[in-house]
Design a binder for this molecule. Sequence first.
Ligand SMILES: [Zn+2]
Ligand SMILES: [Zn+2]
Length: 65
Amino acid sequence: MHCLDCHAQGATTPAVGICRACGAVCTNHARVITHEVHRRPFLAPPAETPVRSVRCFPCAGADSR
Ligand SMILES: [Zn+2]
Ligand SMILES: [Zn+2]
């Protein structure tokens, strides 16, 4: 799989991550987002778990809105 953004510019860079929203991204185009997810486990106190996800720049911008 190749980076989607690089492919749009005519380059074929191997992808290192998958944008959760739109597809594959290379290191130059990937942004790793860490956010806390609130969990409410059954019969256990609520907990916050840090979750990482990979986004390309356009999608990261769309998410942070
Ligand atoms: Zn790229
Ligand atoms: Zn994306």
